[in-house]
Design a protein around this ligand. Sequence first.
Ligand code: FAD
Ligand code: UDP
Length: 787
Amino acid sequence: MHDASPIAPVLSPAFADDHGAHVPLICFSHLRWDFVLQRPQHLMSRFARTRRVLMWEEAIPTNHHLPYLEFHAFEGTTVQSIRPRVPDRWSREEQEAALSRLLDQMLALTGIHKPVLWFYTPMMWPIARHVDPSAVVYDCMDELSSFRFAPPELRQREDELIAASDVVFTGGWSIWEAKRNRHDNIHPFPSSVDTAHFASARRPQGSEPHDMASIPRPRLGYYGVIDERLDFGLIAAVAKARPDWQIVMVGPLAKVSEADLPRAHNIHWLGQKNYAELPAYLAGWDVALMPFAINEATRFISPTKTPEYLAGGRPVVSTPVRDVLRHYGDLAAVHVANGPEAFIAGCEAAMQQSRKPGAWRDEADRTLASMSWDASFAAMAAQVAAAARRRVEPAPVDRFPAPGIRRGARGYDVTICGAGFAGSVLARKLAEDSGQRVLVVDKREHIAGNAYDHRDAAGILVHRYGPHIFHTNSDEVVSFLSRFTEWRPYEHRVLAQVGGKQVPMPINRTTLNQLYGLSLSTDEEAAAFLASRAEPVADIRTSRDVVVNAVGRELYETFFQGYTRKQWGLDPSQLDKTVTSRVPTRTNTDDRYFTDKFQAMPREGFTRMFERMLDHPRIDIALSTDFHELKGADRGALTVYTGPIDAYFGHRFGHLPYRSLAFRHETLPMRKMQPVAVVNYPAEDVPWTRITEYKHLTGQVHPMTSVTYEYPSAEGEPYYPIPRPENQELFRRYDDLARAERGVIFAGRLGSYRYYNMDQVVGQALAVHRRIAAELRPAAAAALGAE
Ligand code: FAD
Ligand code: UDP
């Protein structure tokens, strides 16, 4: 599963309304309106139902000495095409400058103000970048830069367009995967299908198109643009191997010449037909073909033909185009075959089916029923409306303290030091279940402890104390926290920067393959590879032993030695084995950082969740207040202490060592900086350990992005207890004091001197409450009875 559900964007009802349905739209397209009917026409004609839509097409050179505009109207649509004409003798730069001026002229002439700018080609971005838009949309149908004759500047212009776009759509899943790390608001919308139109191919036809009528059966047909993406060698091979089969090729030539086409008595090149005629051709075929070459130009294509052919009731034979395999590969009606022999076998099987429409067709129909241009259009239009709204809405700001959270002064039963997970969970349980009047103090000016998140100056939700990712296997913890938040599914992924590469961390099979240029394809192969490098350690005690024993010295040094020395200021050989044991080694390709059954982020952030948790009539909060400055008499009968345990006892046995961090928070003028939320930097000569980009965690859509660099340090706030035997020894002495301390409970990461995750702290707090609930039951009964 992906971390968001991009095909069915989650939209609040407000976004699904009519807002923005009348904003004019200018579609910049390298395809002409009256070329083959494709995605632009399907979508634009729908947009044109409620708004003015102009299709700005590729310029046509003219021998006239001045640039000018042609306006073209077509039957059956209110979409108008604009065909700019530019003097053919002008340089590219002069032509582009002229196009930009023509665009302004057109806007002035039409009175269009703040249009939606919708791009099919990044090449046209420079001529429109100065226009003040309601929203910029990039609908990326193909990986244009891998097409033949792609201009070299296409890539750079695409970068610029992506950076400027409010929302990006892709024509398929493969291209979405390839581009998803470059934008924060990118959604795949595989091309849909006009089922009713093509279904007419299933009905008996009066007469066959004249240029096909004389071609004998069986016929295997293709329609679509005929360009370098087709595998002409394959077509020739099939025709040669089966001279009795007739191959019918319908469509205009692009970027290839007549001379490039394979010729044979049984290959028929019928040229371009219009959209209305296609079903009649399809009706006369036994099998429909997609003989695409498998190369760079077809890596990301998501051909609309597949569902159209199926709607026409034909079985399909295709080469293994990734998106065809992915979306239709499971259908009995779709035969995916590589190489002439397999392709011919696929055609034979398809011909058999063609004679007997039955289960294979019903199954295909069920798939088609779930796809429609109307549905895609509606979802895309809602995204455009949301994008336009985002442009005018002010950036969200934090309100704190939240309504319902008060500071008061009254008699308390319990004082809690620390408003982090430990303190806040216990506050809620004690107040709600045990009827205690609770005061929570925190020396910081906010609640939520180290999990605190807030909007930075740009309005981006960031974590002040470094990335906090929630994951757990405990149902109890999930169900308790779910009372105070909804969740956004999020599976954490981390890459490690090793030399010039970013490879998955924890080490998995992909990491090994990428690092060593291998092609290990099974768990067993990966396990054997690791075993050949591992250096068994008989008595595993330290964090070095754990890793060297599993993966050997080289991988240990690459991924763990430098990182750990930086993070802890100690060599892994000086740290307890529990530290690096947190990070597994995998032989499969699971690249998630955690494997817990529940992985999600609080939908509105941690702080919001804490606000709700602490919002209870029997809880008061005193922020910017040091517990040690409270008078003992004001604290009530019970104290819960979640600060550093040694500080409570005045460090009387000496300081317990904690590791600290300095954070460098930055906001950058780009939509996304790195491919995943966290990139680790294990190299010792890089001063930070990792960089976190929050938008991956939160799913926030924003034109900028905020990141945090972490610099470990010995000085500063105590964040990490340092797991070493001698520290544990010292802790034990404090723990003995703690046990003897009447009326005080120590909890949390610092109070327990344990390297706990958030969920473990919540679990501990719930367990502590269970333990003391019995003693508090009379108080609870009294308090609850009084209500
Ligand atoms: P804290 O959150 O530290 O809260 C203790 C509070 O006590 C603080 O707010 C402090 O100001 C207050 N306090 C201390 N002394 C006093 C005093 N004298 N008077 C008043 N107030 C005082 N866990 C995960 O599960 N997933 C993660 O991804 C993750 N990432 C982390 C990243 C970093 C950089 C760090 C440091 C920790 C991370 N953790 C993560 C661990 C997580 O932060 C802790 O498990 C959790 O926050 C502990 O909660 P707590 O209530 O014990 O402590
Ligand atoms: N670690 C490492 N390299 C990495 C990731 C982790 O050496 O790329 C070691 C390091 O010692 C780290 C420990 O493994 O402190 C535990 O990592 P984890 O990600 O669990 O630490 P967290 O950030 O959650 O405290």
